[in-house]
Design a protein around this ligand. Structure first.
Ligand code: NAD
Length: 331
């Protein structure tokens, strides 16, 4: 099977390289087509998302992607948001799980956030700042958009043996958009009597996550809330270096780290590759290689719990290459 690999910007190429080594050692047997996007594409004199990159994704449909830098203040639309909309990757799955030996203050956190990925405040509709200094943006939420991500959340919960879905909203204030999301969830929840449903307002949810994360299992929510909540969950398990993300649609899927291109540490060989290694495991789950994905997670867990060659964000003095070697040795 051939997949598209986008090395990305900043720390991207080094952590993608680490993930590819791990995939090979795990025996995934994949072929790769490398494509560029983001800052590195611009530096090569190409578009932010070059035509050949789009064609590669159209051909292969499965993408492993390093973080991409969208130049700020130069009028570019976010590359990530564009890719998600272009391939209709409507569900963003972001698991956050405690690993032993990390700097987290919590133990036993195991939360999957599923975020609607193409609508809401990130629709990019009606963005305008008037000469009088009034800024507007339009949040677009459709019933079908809500329905498909909610179904995805319940189906994921079932597939992964999860017990509870929490529908996070702000329907008391955002009556039309968040209200439609909540109303649609009430239509869908009865189709899944085997799974407990809870409803929670987003502000309370943030407090509850910090006070008692153990009450959460699967969270499903709209775009902006999901973006924030999934970073909060990353914080519960020891930081952005440990959380992968999958952008999933009916015809394509892009697997990536939740974090960005970390320009402050790029080129220093100290980036933690765990998120992208975990993203590659999510990718293997998705393409039916769950056993190999499990082997990768176990190897990584062992490296973290034995504190072998940890990178500085995890409290160690190791390098990206050394940490990757430690994972490879376990595989
Ligand atoms: P960031 O996630 O890149 O960095 C935030 C902090 O976390 C930094 O201190 C960084 O050093 C640290 N960090 C992130 N990943 C790490 C890792 N693997 N190992 C160790 N430390 C790590 O967020 P930012 O600085 O706000 O954004 C930088 C750029 O990334 C921006 O251009 C932004 O648009 C882009 N971005 C891309 C994606 C994506 O491609 N999916 C996501 C978020 C941000």
């Amino acid at each position: 099977m051939k997949i598209t690999v986008i090395p990305g910007d900043g720390i991207g190429p080094s952590i993608v390289d680490a993930a590819l080594k791990v995939l090979e050692k795990a025996g995934a047997g994949l072929e790769y087509e490398t494509a560029v996007a983001g800052r590195s594409a611009l530096d090569e004199g190409k578009d932010l998302i070059p035509r050949e990159t789009i064609e590669s994704i159209e051909r292969n449909r499965i993408v492993l992607k390093g973080p991409l830098t969208t130049p700020i203040g130069e009028g570019f639309t976010s590359v990530n948001v564009t890719l998600r909309k272009m391939f209709d990757l409507y569900a963003n799955l972001r698991p956050a799980r405690s690993f032993p030996g990390t700097l987290s203050r919590y133990e036993g956190v195991d939360i999957i956030t599923i975020r609607e990925n193409t609508q809401g405040m990130y629709s990019g509709v009606g963005q305008h700042v008037s000469e009088e200094g009034e800024a507007t943006a339009v949040s677009v939420v459709t019933r079908e958009g809500c329905r498909r991500v909610l179904k995805f959340a319940y189906e994921t919960a079932r597939k992964k043996g999860r017990k509870k879905v929490t529908v996070v909203n702000k329907a008391n204030i955002l009556k039309s958009t968040s209200g439609l999301f909540l109303k649609t969830s009430r239509e869908i929840a009865p189709e899944y009597p085997d799974i407990e449903t809870a409803e929670m307002l987003v502000d309370n949810c943030c407090m509850q996550l910090v006070m008692d994360p153990g009450q959460f299992d699967v969270i499903v929510t709209t775009n902006l809330f999901g973006d924030i909540i999934s970073d909060l969950c990353a914080g519960l398990v020891g930081g952005l270096g440990l959380t992968p993300g999958a952008n999933i649609g009916n015809d394509a899927a892009i697997f990536e780290a939740v974090h960005g291109s970390a320009p402050d540490i790029a080129g220093k060989n100290i980036a933690n590759p765990s998120s992208l290694i975990l993203a590659s495991a999510l990718m293997l789950d998705h393409i039916g290689m769950g056993e190999r994905a499990g082997n990768i997670r176990s190897a990584l867990e062992d490296v973290l719990s034995t504190k072998d060659r940890l990178t500085p964000d995890l409290g160690g003095k190791g390098t990206t290459g050394g940490f990757t070697d430690a994972v490879l040795e376990r595989l």
